[in-house]
Design a protein around this ligand. Structure first.
Ligand SMILES: Nc1nc2c(ncn2[C@@H]2O[C@H](COP(=O)(O)OP(=O)(O)OP(=O)(O)O)[C@@H](O)[C@H]2O)c(=O)[nH]1
Ligand SMILES: [Mg+2]
Length: 323
């Protein structure tokens, strides 16, 4: 921190003044894995930061997540709230059509100074998006938004992990038979705080709602504590009143029950753990490339030493003991 760059020093002041370009720069550092992000985060954590309420929106491609986010932004803006939006697309390593699509769908909010929209794609750095997203969320929190909405595509393990960075998790589902829901093994049913059957103007919305409720009831713990409501929405016409109502209810429940505090504590500890693991991995990768290990590597390559024995010797810090 002592030798942090002048850029980093300025950033804290600029962010305190709600300078959007400064926030954009910090998010770029975070996304790129730039070490300047670490220094900047340290500075931003000093003193108390107002905690924005974080909502994760996930679901299959095309379910209407971006359209729903757009409608939620409109509704929350009408209440006078400010918000940051992060649109994550792990499947597209480069700037893809989906991100452009998100921008188009949220275009009405692009000129609103109380709304900040950012797309993030996996650039393939160690750790990837599961690491970058919670950091981006915290960067946005330091900016003082009331709400932060995070859209992630898909219902696989990575998306479930990313969704866990949220205080409330919304799973968006299109109308249909519900077979996908029953077959889902990634734990999305368990992590959802609220299900939205979107496109309720199309056939099959009620069927889907019933299928989700049936799947939820398979869990013996259903109805203990918070049971995720299943609501219908037509995001494209802004008919999201039930979503907002359930979201508010979950937020109150989480605050009153102490669950919110617990979740945030668990999240910070999980983030710390994965950061340690990421850094150990980075360090070990470069240690393994060291020329000091040339002989050991040759021995392994020539089958003179087993990989397992060589691994042990390396980890014990005695790479030379085998030859
Ligand atoms: N009929 C109908 N169409 C909708 C509704 N909501 C969204 N759509 C349409 O569904 C399509 C996909 O919407 P998006 O909001 O981009 O869906 P998404 O889940 O963000 O998609 P990805 O980010 O690509 O996974 C678009 O053509 C929307 O106009 C709805 O409530 N009813
Ligand atoms: Mg989208």
């Amino acid at each position: 921190l002592l030798n942090s760059s002048p850029d980093v020093g300025q950033l804290r002041t600029q962010i305190a003044k709600r300078d959007r370009q400064a926030l954009a720069r910090l998010l770029t550092w975070i996304e790129a894995g730039d070490p300047q992000a670490d220094a900047a985060e340290l500075q931003l954590e000093e003193g108390c930061t107002p905690e924005a309420y974080v909502v994760g929106i996930t679901g299959a491609p095309g379910a209407g997540k971006s359209t729903l986010v757009n409608a939620l932004v409109s509704t929350l803006r009408n209440r006078g709230s400010s918000m940051g939006v992060i649109a994550v697309d792990p499947s597209s390593p480069y700037t893809g059509g989906a991100m452009l699509g998100d921008r188009v769908r949220m275009v009405e909010h692009l000129t609103d100074e109380h709304v900040f929209i950012r797309s993030m794609a996996n650039r393939g750095q160690l750790g990837g998006l599961a690491e970058a997203v919670p950091r981006a969320v915290r960067a946005m929190q330091s900016f003082g938004f009331d709400w932060i909405l995070v859209e992630t595509v898909g219902v696989g393990q990575v998306e479930v992990d990313i969704a866990k960075a949220a205080d409330s998790i919304i799973v968006v589902v299109p109308p249909g038979s519900g077979d996908d829901i029953q077959a889902s093994k990634s734990g999305i049913l368990e992590v959802a705080d609220l299900f939205v059957v979107n496109k309720a103007d199309c056939v099959g919305a009620e069927d889907m709602k019933r299928a989700i409720i049936a799947a939820l009831k398979m869990n013996p713990n259903y109805e203990i504590g918070w049971s995720a409501p299943v609501v219908l929405a037509v995001a494209s016409t802004g008919d999201v009143a039930d979503v907002i109502e359930s979201l508010d209810r979950h937020r109150s429940h989480a605050s009153d029950s102490g669950e919110l505090v617990q979740r945030r504590r668990r999240r910070r500890i999980a983030e710390w753990r994965s950061d340690v693991i990421r850094q150990i991995l980075q360090r070990t990768n470069s240690d393994l490339d060291s020329p000091d290990l040339d002989s050991l590597r040759d021995q392994v390559a020539a089958s003179a030493v087993s990989p397992a024995a060589a691994a042990r010797a390396f980890l014990d810090g005695e790479p030379g003991r085998l030859y």
